[in-house]
Design a protein around this ligand. Structure first.
Ligand code: URA
Length: 250
């Protein structure tokens, strides 16, 4: 692929801007400036630098972000800064079918919720992950206002009715992790689901952190506000059909 097309596909600007960056010597491949915008490169695992920013070619972008508290998952936030401001501009400007599309969050977390958020520019992947038939387990670490007791855990596992839906929602797994904390696994994602489930059993969420989605675990060395690429294995794991638990199938 021509270098100017490579840069364009990765979100570094229009083809004209990309050609200009190359001609000004601002694009390095293997540490050397390449001045010919039409020079061809094999894109597989291609590494390059644009104006000092190191980049690895990704045909589609799949990444995780450690969402900090006090950020909104919306592109047009109402009160708090958008999570998209935490991403480098190429990820926000990646083109799709000739228009700027950028990566989008797969699902949302509340402004006060922290932890694992996945983003991609692969529309089919977002669609698949959002499908109610695709049961990807999500693990939440919940800090509660009141002590967690056995009956609350039993009710979360048996299923609680939320106001807008007569069908009970239940935790796929739930275990106490401290007097005022629990680890809750859900395979669906209704609006404010954890907070509403805890309220339904007479408790209250004080802090909420998502630590896992399928086999993807938020790395301990990824600080709040930082992002990293997902590996091909992680993407394939998320894409593969998740088995439904016997309870959910019932
Ligand atoms: N459930 C909630 O209540 N809030 C979140 O942010 C995620 C799950």
């Amino acid at each position: 692929m021509q270098l100017q097309d490579i840069l364009y596909s990765q979100g570094f600007g229009t083809r004209r801007i990309c050609a200009g960056l190359i001609q000004q010597g601002l694009v390095l491949v293997d540490g050397q400036p390449v001045l010919d915008a039409a020079a061809n490169f094999d894109t597989a695992a291609l590494r390059f630098a644009v104006q000092g920013v190191d980049w690895v070619f990704h045909e589609k972008a799949y990444l995780m972000l450690h969402k900090p508290a006090g950020t909104e998952c919306s592109q047009k936030p109402s009160t708090y800064p958008s999570i998209y401001t935490l991403l480098p501009s190429p990820l926000r400007l990646r083109p799709s079918k000739g228009a700027v599309q950028g990566v989008q969050a797969i699902g949302r977390l509340d402004q006060d919720t922290t932890g694992l958020l996945l983003l991609t520019d692969d529309g089919q992947f977002i669609h698949r992950m959002a499908s109610p038939k695709h049961h990807v387990p999500k693990v939440y670490e919940v800090t509660t206002k009141h002590e967690v007791d056995d009956s609350q855990i039993a009710r979360l596992l048996a299923g609680v009715v939320l106001d807008d839906d007569p069908k009970p929602v239940r935790a796929a797994a739930c275990e106490r992790s401290g007097a005022n904390s629990l680890r809750l696994t859900l395979t669906e994602g209704k609006y404010h689901q954890v907070k509403r489930m805890l309220a339904a059993v007479g408790n209250r969420v004080e802090a909420l952190h998502r630590s896992e989605i399928g086999q993807v675990v938020l790395p301990s060395d990824l600080s709040p506000g930082q992002w990293c690429w997902l590996s091909a294995t992680q993407v394939e794991g998320l894409r593969s059909k998740q088995p439904r638990s016997a309870e959910e199938a019932a």
